[in-house]
Structures are given as structure tokens and as C-alpha cells.
Ligand binder design. Structure first.
Ligand code: ADP
Ligand code: ZN
Length: 725
């Protein structure tokens, strides 16, 4: 049966391979075993029930709490040619009856229902007549009072479910806490259920924290480098949303606001504009986001600090569901922390304790100077094993940015002491810079020994240093006046027992001074942007005609692959991501026409031998050749291991063989498989240069056996790929 599932994945949905756990979940459901699935947003939960629904001889009922999502799902399925309907209070009586008649005629695979609708007698009677094979509960955490979104109606699902003894039960959620997980299983009385927990690491999210200095300018800098992308900007308050919205609009950005203070009508219209690509940016409070299924959100900015890691992760999770790189930028300032602290202080008892712990956790994340995925994954109970992810600001920072600031730190701290720990960062900077400002002279601070000892730096640099000192816990800022005070730890720096190294300027938001992230694929880096734009225009036109969001026709990934591979006919088109048989029939020719014309005008040929994917089945190529070619087309080693159902070591030996036969390999992707730090990698390379890369044993010995053979194999391949074998 799993072959059938794979066929549907490729033929109907146009995807090449299952994502992690999808296949296991699907075969479990097909075997009628109750299943609980915990996957992060964007992990691919929907296919876990949609594919079985197409295989079962009967109906799959999907309980979903959000009416807007239901409509979106049904529209998407419709485009893929999968028969699905929904029943909820937004339908007109005619539409309702039409859907019911389709259900009674057995013409439908999937029925989406709101929990309230399910409880209605009419619905119950209807379902009793239908052959329900699978009972799916989406957003299953709503069942638990321990989740962040408890819905009392969900409690009754257990009862309803009992009336379908033949149906298998599948519950899905993106909330990972064990407490919620147990509740779901218990309340739904899931018989010998299996639990599948996917990794919460969303590899395509680029995580970034910057010091908040002039937030509007910082955001404008960021937007300037992304003129066509869609994104969400979260603010703490409604007032802040309105202000930023006006500022961005005044700068000519395509933007809409969203918060609970707007009328329902305005909110819906602004949300629709965003989903339909009529507005590129939405500035919002946390009220925005539930029920947004837009896969091509390319960035999420936090203008203000989120209240806890769980909320932060949920919000940034809305970016990059399509698997392409997406940027998450958080602007952090000490006063935001104090604002949250202020609210916490109004609370009492346990609630206060919990809130304090939340604040502590997020501050730890924000001030962390190693790979950000470590504290983040740890929070979700997962260990991040690599030294570097290559997709966070700390990992991408160029080594030169990290400098020793001990001397300046000593000057700064002494100046804070000399002025009596009664001033803020600006005044201290003035004194160090020998300013003749009235305040400095009046206070006679020009007579202090620390006056004018910091002429080597600009005022701004001294202020940045004060932030670094706060981040490292050498200075504290008094909550009432903003005065800087030394902590007990500062003495060690003053005495010279401890050195201060760090990054001074953390205000850049536009990616300057960073190396390029390493996970983006060749397709993402080298697709033809002009063709992409033309295809996008066509997509928008077709979407508006049918009043559906553009991504329902094709996600960006699909257009990007088209603008990279330049497929010239239907046979090649079907090899493109997200092109299944229904979509090929409906949209194949208008898109092919644009691609052909574009290629003709610009003298471009189809990328040869590239669209190997789904078409490859019939080819007579040897496995290592396939692996080599697919690898060079931008796939990661992990991805290939999954695709071919083998260990990554096997993929490596396939790649070695491919290389040995005189082909070339892109080195970056090989290095991704290594868990060593860049420092260690350079050490291994040096050794390979010295004793030669061909034999591993001499290298192993040369490195005093500090690097194991698995790693050496990876680096040998990377080294050879780099140095032309
Ligand atoms: P979730 O419900 O877990 O947030 P979705 O089911 O909405 O995630 O899937 C996120 C995106 O990934 C969708 O655009 C979906 O079509 C796509 N997707 C899901 N599974 C696959 C797959 N196996 N290959 C390629 N794309 C997939
Ligand atoms: Zn990292």
C-alpha cells in the first residue's frame, strides 16, 4: 500500500519524496493503527491524512478548529484534483446542501468539519450513513487545558469518535510538551496508539538577533534588500503597529496593519490582501497568524521582544513553510526586557514564577553567543549536536568581527565607577570622549581621571560597548532611571583577570558582514529571476480570475524550479516540484508557453540532464551516478539518504565513486554532513595537505587520533571535491 501512497505523492501532488516521518505515519494509518503526530509548523502534517484518505475506500473526516484554514485546504485539494468539501457556518444553505449531496453520493474523499458542526444532530445523523474510515483531529492540542489554545468543544470528540468503531484515529499537532501529548492520547482514548515526534529544527530558517537602535531604520534597511518578498512584522502593542505601518507606507512599501483594535472587516480584508499577494508586508500584533497557511512567507521580523520562546517559535514558524530559506530577525533591546519585567511584576504566585522563567529562557536565547539552535532546540527537549548550523547570525558571523575589547571595557567600567554609578550610557560615552556638553562641565566630570581617555572611539561605539557589557553581565541597568551599575563580576575585568571578547556592532539587519548561509540549494541561488517574475505575474493573474490565493496554484518553489530547469515540454514539466497530473493539465500550457518564449528570446536551453527527479524511474543510470547528479542539483546528503532509503555513509561512498570516475562535486554540501567546527576542519585539511588525502590512516595518526574515521571520510571527500581530486 505504501507504493500506492508514493504514487499519489508523485502523481497527484507532484512531490518527489516523503518528508521525514510522513511515510511511517501514512503506513501506520493505512494499517488502521491510531496515531499521534507531533511535527513543527511546515513539517507536512496535511499529507499524513490526505494521502490515506485517497486510498481508503470511504470517507476521512478532518476536525479543524479554524474556518479559514478549512477553506484554504479544500481549495488546495481542489487544485490537486482531490475531491474534498467542508461543512461549517459560513456556507449558504444551497452550498451546504450541495456538499451534503456530494457526501451522500460517495463522491468525496475528505470532509472538513468544525468541532461545533460535528456536535450538531444533523451532522451526526449524516455521518452515521457514511462509511467513515478515518477520523482526523488537526490542531489536537486544543483538547488539552495545558495547551496554549484550549477549546472545550474538543473535549467531546472522544465521545463522537466512539460512534465510528471502524475508523482509525489520527491526531496532529505542533505542540510538543509531554503534558499535552499525554492529554491527547488519554482523552481521545487512542487504542495502542503510536506516537511520532518529528525534529523541531526548521533548517531553512535563518535566525538572527540584532540590537535595537533605530528600529524603523533597521527595518527599512532590511526591507530594502528584499524588494519582492512577503513577510510579517510583529509588534508588542497596537499603537506600535499603527506607527510602524504609517512609517513603512510613507516609504512606499506595500503594507497593511493587523490587530484586535481594527474592525473584523478590516482585519479580514488586510489578511486577504496579504494572502493574495496584494500586500507584501503585514505589520501585526500577535493576534495575527493563526489560520495563515501562506507557504512563501519569506521573513518574520520581531520589532519587539516576544514574551517567551514558545510564542517566538510559533511566530517564526510561519516563515518558510515551503522549505526555502526564510529570515527571522529579532530586534532586541534591554528596555524591552524591562517592559516585560514590569508586566510580570504585576502578576502573583505561580503565574508570576512561570512568566519569570519564560523571560529568563528567552533572554538566555537572545544573549547566547554560540549557535542559536542549541538553546532553542534544548528548550523543546531536543539536543542540537552540531557545533554550527550555518544558519544563524552567530554561526555566520565572520571571524574578524570577534575582537578583544578588554582595554575599552576597563576604561568604560572605570568611568562608570568614577561618575558614581548614577548615569546612563550616553553620558558615560560623553565623558570618555572628552565632551564639552553642559551636563559634563556642570557636574565637573571634565576633572575626572577618566575624562577624554576614550577618544579612539565614536560615541556610538562606546554605546555599543555598553550593550556588550550588559549582555555579558558586567553591567546592570537600573530599571527606574536607566543608570548603569557594575555587577560583582565586573571586578575581574577591571583587574585584568578576565578578558572581554565579543561583537561590537550588532545592529546590522541587512546581512552585511556575514558569510552566505550554506544550506540554500543551487536552485535557490541560481534561478533566473526575470523568468521567475514573469511566471509570478501569470500566477497572480490566474489566481485573481479564480479568486484563490496564488500559492494554491503553485508555490514559489515550483516557479523557482521552472526558472532554473527551463522545462520545454509536459514530460519535463511533470518533473518539477509540485506539478502533479491535475495541475499539469490545468496550468501546464500557460506556464510552458512563457518558459518557451523566454528561452527563445534569450537563447537559453533546457538545463540538460537536470530534471532527473520523477522522470528518472526509467533511466538506466547507475545508482552512484544518480546520487552524484542529484547531489549536484542541490540536495543535501541527509535528503539523499532519506530518498534512497540508505545511511548517509552509503551516500558518501556513492559520491566518492562518482568523484573517482572523474566527475566533479560541489564541496559545500559535503561539509554540511560534518559535525566538526571550522577550526577543526581547517586542522584536518592542513594534515591532508601534509600527508596527502588518499589514505585515511596516516591522517588519523597525524591528528593524534582526535578525529574519527567517519569524519575523516567526509572531509576527505570535501577536500578532494575542492581540490579537483
Ligand atoms: P503543517 O500542516 O505541518 O504546517 P503542511 O502540511 O501545510 O505543514 O505542509 C507544508 C508545506 O510543505 C505545504 O506547502 C506542503 O504542500 C509541502 N509538503 C508537504 N509534504 C511534502 C513533501 N513530501 N514534499 C514536498 N513538499 C511537501
Ligand atoms: Zn547556528
Amino acid at each position: 500500500m505504501i507504493d500506492k501512497a508514493k504514487e499519489i505523492l508523485q502523481g497527484t501532488f507532484g512531490y518527489e519524496e516523503f518528508r521525514p516521518l510522513q511515510q511511517d505515519v501514512i503506513s501506520n494509518v493505512l494499517n488502521k493503527r491510531d496515531t499521534l503526530v507531533i511535527m513543527p509548523t511546515g513539517g507536512g502534517k496535511s499529507l499524513c491524512y490526505q494521502i490515506p484518505a485517497m486510498i481508503f475506500n470511504g470517507l476521512t473526516v478532518v476536525i479543524s478548529p479554524l474556518i479559514s484554514l478549512m477553506k484554504d485546504q479544500v481549495e488546495q485539494l481542489d487544485e490537486f484534483g482531490v475531491p474534498a468539501v467542508y461543512l461549517n457556518s459560513t456556507l449558504t444553505p444551497d452550498e451546504y446542501h450541495y456538499n451534503v449531496s456530494k457526501l451522500r453520493a460517495g463522491e468525496v474523499n475528505l470532509l472538513y468539519l468544525a468541532p461545533e458542526t460535528l456536535m450538531m444532530d444533523g451532522t451526526r445523523r449524516l455521518l452515521a450513513d457514511l462509511n467513515v474510515q478515518c477520523f482526523t483531529i488537526d490542531e489536537a492540542h486544543c483538547i488539552s487545558e495545558w495547551g496554549h489554545d484550549f477549546r472545550p468543544e474538543y473535549r467531546q470528540l472522544a465521545e463522537v469518535r466512539k460512534t465510528f468503531p471502524d475508523a482509525v484515529c489520527l491526531a496532529l499537532t505542533a505542540t510538543a510538551t509531554p503534558r499535552v501529548r499525554d492529554d491527547i492520547q488519554q482523552i481521545l482514548e487512542m487504542r495502542d496508539s503510536a506516537v511520532f515526534v518529528a525534529s523541531f529544527d526548521r533548517k531553512n530558517l535563518l535566525l538572527k538577533v540584532a540590537d535595537k537602535e533605530n528600529p524603523t531604520d533597521q527595518i527599512l534597511d532590511f526591507l530594502y534588500t528584499r524588494p519582492k518578498q512577503s513577510g510579517i512584522i510583529y509588534c508588542f502593542s497596537r499603537r506600535q503597529v499603527d506607527e510602524l505601518y504609517h512609517d513603512l507606507k510613507a516609504e512606499g512599501h506595500s503594507v497593511r496593519p493587523y490587530h484586535a483594535g481594527l474592525s473584523e472587516k478590516d482585519r479580514t480584508s488586510n489578511q486577504d490582501a496579504f494572502i493574495r499577494d496584494d500586500a507584501r508586508i503585514i505589520v501585526a500584533t500577535i493576534a495575527f497568524g493563526m489560520g495563515i497557511n501562506k507557504p512563501d512567507v519569506r521573513f518574520v521580523i520581531h520589532h519587539d521582544m516576544p514574551q517567551n520562546i514558545e510564542a517566538y517559535y510559533q511566530q517564526i514558524g510561519r516563515a518558510g513553510r515551503d522549505g526555502l530559506q526564510a529570515d527571522c530577525l529579532l530586534l532586541y533591546s534591554y528596555s524591552d526586557k524591562q517592559k516585560i519585567q514590569y508586566f510580570i511584576n504585576q502578576k502573583e504566585g505561580n503565574e508570576k514564577k512561570v512568566a519569570e522563567k519564560h523571560l529568563e529562557d528567552i533572554i538566555h536565547y537572545l544573549e547566547y553567543d554560540g549557535c542559536r539552535r542549541k538553546p532553542l532546540m534544548k528548550y523543546f527537549g531536543e539536543e542540537y549536536k552540531k557545533d554550527e548550523c550555518g544558519m544563524c547570525d552567530n554561526c555566520l558571523r565572520q571571524k574578524g568581527d570577534l575582537q578583544d575589547y578588554t582595554v575599552q571595557a576597563q576604561k568604560y567600567l572605570s568611568c562608570v565607577v568614577r561618575t558614581g554609578e548614577r548615569f546612563g550610557a550616553y553620558h558615560i560615552a560623553d565623558v570618555l570622549r572628552g565632551s564639552k556638553a553642559k551636563k559634563v562641565l556642570q557636574l565637573k566630570h571634565d576633572e575626572l581621571s577618566t575624562y577624554a581617555i576614550g577618544m579612539e572611539w565614536s560615541k556610538n561605539q562606546w554605546i555599543q560597548l555598553s550593550r556588550l557589557l550588559i549582555r555579558r553581565g558586567y553591567l546592570e541597568k537600573d530599571a527606574d532611571h536607566g543608570y548603569l551599575k557594575l555587577t560583582a563580576d565586573a571586578a575581574a575585568v577591571l583587574k585584568g583577570d578576565e578578558r572581554l571578547t565579543g561583537v561590537l556592532d550588532r545592529t546590522q539587519t541587512a546581512g552585511k558582514g556575514e558569510s552566505r548561509p550554506k544550506t540554500s540549494s543551487d536552485v535557490e541561488n541560481r534561478y533566473n529571476e526575470h523568468l521567475f517574475e514573469e511566471l509570478r505575474k501569470k500566477r497572480k493573474e490566474l489566481a485573481d480570475e479564480q479568486e484563490i490565493p496564488p500559492y494554491v496554484i503553485f508555490p514559489d518553489t515550483t516557479l523557482m524550479e521552472m526558472s532554473y530547469y527551463f522545462p520545454q515540454d509536459e514530460e519535463k514539466m511533470i518533473g518539477i516540484y509540485g506539478v502533479g497530473s491535475a495541475k499539469l493539465k490545468k496550468y501546464g500550457s500557460p506556464f510552458l508557453k512563457i518558459i518557451r518564449e523566454f528561452c527563445e528570446e534569450n537563447g537559453i536551453d533546457e538545463r540538460s540532464g537536470a530534471i532527473t527527479k520523477k522522470v528518472v524511474k526509467t533511466s538506466s543510470k547507475q545508482k552512484h551516478e544518480l546520487v552524484g547528479e542529484e547531489y549536484n542539483s542541490g540536495k543535501s546528503i541527509d535528503h539523499l539518504a532519506e530518498q534512497f532509503g540508505v545511511k548517509s555513509a552509503t551516500i558518501l561512498s556513492n559520491l566518492k565513486k562518482y568523484l573517482d570516475e572523474g566527475n566533479s562535486l560541489i564541496p559545500d554540501g559535503i561539509l554540511e554532513a560534518s559535525e566538526l567546527s571550522q577550526r577543526k576542519i581547517d586542522e584536518v585539511y592542513a594534515s591532508m595537505k601534509k600527508v596527502g588525502p588518499e589514505m585515511l590512516k596516516p591522517i588519523y595518526e597525524d591528528l593524534d587520533k582526535t578525529v574519527d574515521y567517519n569524519e575523516l571520510r567526509i572531509l576527505q571527500l570535501a577536500y578532494m571535491a575542492q581540490n579537483g581530486n
